[in-house]
Design a protein around this ligand. Sequence first.
Ligand SMILES: [Zn+2]
Length: 474
Amino acid sequence: MGLSLYNTLSRQLEPFSPLDPTSKHVRMYCCGPTIHDYAHIGNFRTFVLADFLRRYLEFRGYTTTHVMNITDVEDKIIRRVRETGATLRTYTAVYESAFLEDHRALNCLAPHHLPRATESIPGIVELIGRLEQRGIAYRAGDGSVYFSITKYCGCGHRYGQLFPVNLEEMRPGERVSSDEYAKESVADFALWKARVPEDGDVFWESPWGQGRPGWHIECSAMSMGLLGPSFDLHLGGEDLVFPHHEDEIAQSEGAGLQSAGQPFVKHWVHGAFLLVEGRKMSKSLGNYYTLRDLLARGFSGREIRYLLLTAHYRDSFNFTTEGLLGARTALERLDECARKLAEIAGPLATAEVAPQAALLDACTARLDEDLNVSAAWAEVFDWVRETNRKLATGTLGPEHAAEALAAWNTLSAVFGLRPPPGSEVPEAARRLADERDAARKAKDFKRSDALRAELLALGWTVEDTPKGWKLKPR
Ligand SMILES: [Zn+2]
């Protein structure tokens, strides 16, 4: 059995395979951030999901091409540029690098391509031109270019593939120019927005005059430009299903670049909503967390990632401080178990050994079922209990310990939870630990307590054992 994934397009669980069933290569696209501000923890749930799915596919023997776009021009960004008086690039550069830093802090692998919308204008213009040629795009009185849903449907396409829309209620000629619009508005949407005074210096030349692209067309142009007109997997948050993804399908299939019978995207995966402290995130409720807010409160990217990966991606999840503290305890348990295994394995801990099959097989079976992470974690913690029992009774030899450790190392890499390489004890921490040891032996407990606090500040807790001190990452 292979991996099954829920496909929003068919509304059912489907065995996953790339469009070309003989291929072991997955071309995947995840809608990236709109860099008008720092990204919040709800945004990162989607990016961690994309990273985890990529890692899992690679673990299951696929290679991947992972594209994540950077939306660096849209309504909100232009408003901020106007308010702050900055140029578009100086404004977005700050949030783009903050986003990439946060993405790394969560140990997400860098996507293979990170196209910026503002650097993809020629492809966008070409795609709009093609839609215009096919009679599906039209120029309106305001100089903007719109997508005609009626014309699209007239060419034999279906609007409402991902989301059930009521075309009866559509009033012909009704248009929306805003990038984000309500589910009730089944209306023609903007592909190219004619320049208005509020846009300031943010505009590009085009066959339709000066203006800028709509948000939806950016993703169609960038995804097809890098992955081809038909590709395997498209991810995003569930809030993007309509209108964004529905419009992406309409634009991409409306341009008719696909081979006969091929869809724009075979498999659509959507991550569910995140509640924070039991409620919808909002600045006024004080439960609006950016990743930086959480890091500043002393939680690590690894703890946050772990917590996000304890819930099934299609279930809405309540993200809480209590949950983060639980994540810390769970990781400590896992790290402790791995440390003990490494101790027993000795030199074998870093040797090439075959990972213990039982743990990997059990978790693979669970994750193959639509990434059932909670069942996989249950398997992991059963294994920890069993391993600890063997460790306590001294019935685990170096070889078995090394195999068990290799299995956990493989799995923790799939989850993206391998401790960062920097977690080998740095020299500064060793020195402090030696000093503290000397202070303790001299019964200078005030000094030894101060040194313990210094170590803690560096991210290490110290333990005294009969063999001397031992440092553990905090
Ligand atoms: Zn998108």
